[in-house]
Design a protein around this ligand. Sequence first.
Ligand SMILES: Cc1ncc(C[n+]2csc(CCOP(=O)(O)OP(=O)(O)O)c2C)c(N)n1
Ligand SMILES: [Mg+2]
Length: 800
Amino acid sequence: MADTVSPADLQILTELERKVLWLASWTIHHANHLRDNVDGLKVGGHQASSASVAAIMTALYFHTLRPADRVAVKPHAAPIYHAIQYLLGRQTREKLEGFRGYKGAQSYPSRTKDSDDVDFSTGSVGLGVAQTLFSSLVQDYVRAHGWGLDRPEGRMIALLGDAELDEGNIFEALLEGWKQDVRNCWWIVDYNRQSLDAVVREGLWERYENLFRNFGWDVVVLKYGSLQQAAFAEPGGEVLRRWIDRCPNQLYSALVFQGGAAWRKRLTDEIGDQGPVSRLIDSRSDDELARLMGNLGGHDLRAIIEAFDAIDHDRPVCFIAYTIKGAGLPFAGHKDNHSGLMTPAQMETFRAAMNIRPGREWDAFEGLHEPPEKLRAFLSRVPFAAGGERRLRAARIGVPDELPVTIQPKMATQVGFGALLNEIARGTSELAARIVTASPDVTVSTNLGPWVNRRRLFAREAMADTFKGERIPSTFTWEFSPSGQHIELGIAEMNLFILLSALGLSHTINGERLLPIGTLYDPFIARGLDALNYACYQDARFILVATPSGITLSPEGGAHQSIAQPLIGLAQDGLAAFEPAFVDEVAAILAFALDYIQRDGEEEASERNWLRDETGGSVYLRLSTRPIEQISRTMTPTLRQAIVDGAYWLREPGPNCQVVVAYTGAVAPEAIQAIGLMAEDRRDVGLLAVTSADRLNAGWTAACRARERGRVHARSHIERLMAGLPPHCGIVSVLDGHPATLAWLGAVYGHKVRPLGVEHFGQTGSIPDLYRHYGIDANAIIAAAQAIAPGGPIRYLGVA
Ligand SMILES: Cc1ncc(C[n+]2csc(CCOP(=O)(O)OP(=O)(O)O)c2C)c(N)n1
Ligand SMILES: [Mg+2]
């Protein structure tokens, strides 16, 4: 193998590895034993897990990485990551001292919460790994469209725990990556053969090796360190190698934990009678023997660096790096070490071994043999740190207030969405160029067909539509090219969300703005929910459009009917959820959304609606396939704003209002009908169109909080809308989703609310059958109104 690192640099790197392990260990120790508010903070998980990757990360950050490379670091290696950034001058001592504490360095690397340039957040194992694969695809997408070509291509790298490979989402990504011809992606598996509870099964690496190769990946197994390789070359070395290869994981770990004497006894008992190998063992002290046996590939800087430097292609690579969990620490190899923490006494021993004087624990070069100026000079020329700011920026793309669409008398919101995108696709605006759509095998059924016909599918290599070539008539053109703007995924919703997460970070990762729109069936949001949460957690920006939704897709039955999704929309941080009923509302919301996903202001909540509109976020549109009669009206700026803020009066209540119906989404016709019928028997009835329960609710809670903090005049949108309602007025809320979504409306001014909605898995049937069955039809609305609102019997009850 090429000698790619000079002996002098290797010596410095060896020192830095020690330093990194020390700093990470001290950070953890400090958080657990020394900070005043340690109650409840004591958690392990980090110490042993960090130690296992100290060498790999030292090699990566101080030698291999280039500024354009991006890394997802396994969650429990956060202390090592922060220590490395500290040495590079990108992390503060204060943050390290505050590790896991309020505003301190985060337990798991976080793009949004950490200040030291984390590329990808991690925490929920498996997701960060897949994120790197999809980020490679996004990098290719951006470059294929001719953007960002003045920047060098980066490698998207995940350093992952071996147990992360238990997560199914990794294999979903692997398959998709193969289909999409992924490149420039490295996954480095910290093969310490331990997870949280357990020691992993024997021989797993062979399964992984075959699997990755089958998907077109290069696989590099880093099993032996250079000490071991040298020993294998000695007489008897082959016997030792065979013994190591046959040694079960559990036993190897146990012997590492027990140390040199235990190794000697075991090796002597099992292979010690074979002349040369006995000499090989006997020629080493206990310490030397322990060092030799612990010198696995993943702890040997030279072996790691050579393996990284030897990659001379852009195909994806999986490195399987053998390591020992807790290497270099007293609980190395012990199966219970996941939450292992060093006792103060053990820490003192470790400190002595590291030559660290009390009071100098945070000094960057304390205890190292190399002179500080040499170390400083080395750090100043680390290639990774040469590029300056790692968070890139991209200009915002202009979005018109009004998106044109032809509204038919009867139309479903999903059809409206398709028509809107079709209109955008027709033009040549920058907006149209920057939109990228994606869907997990439901492109046509979520109405992206017209958009794809115009903008085509993306692939690095062009691929013609065979049906078109054969002149077979088809409604859809299925043509792939590097300039295509739709990414077609297999049916894995997890992949959709992680792809959206990668597309939605393009402005900061690639410095090129993309406007991602993903479509899927509403119930299957649940399938990718953790990935959706992950995407929001790292502040990726995208628009999610989900149809069909609720029991309104009636004949499909319970398997496809979503109930909880409106509550997800309400509760998911970083995601503004809308459920419009009419197509002009969809147009207003889509225009808002395309702008909102680009905002990154720091300002406080707006005084108008108390929403964090300056900060921006992602958007979820819950749409329907039910054609409903459209309202013929002119869209005014006031109406548009109200739609975006979350609600408006479709029928303004009078001063003596007895009943308000507040509806969301596809049940609009039932709400309108019920109001019409009740109007004869109830005074001044009102009809509230709720386009976003999420934003209404968020504005209301924020305004309450502002008042409690002294801003007495704070008023939210819903408070203003409901201000004139008399106290005796009853509110019937209704939606095709969980009734709790709107039930809180009663808490705004203390009105009685009867929330209608769906609580149980759906039946098959027609829309009227099911709306009646679940009690969200006009009759159910009237019955609910009669039960809670003042006044005599309502005549039309039972008629609707
Ligand atoms: C989705 C998810 N499930 C469970 C956990 C809790 N957890 C944290 S680390 C871990 C085991 C990690 O083992 P491995 O990936 O081998 O990392 P190591 O600690 O060995 O470095 C588990 C189960 C998690 N973080 N995410
Ligand atoms: Mg592990």
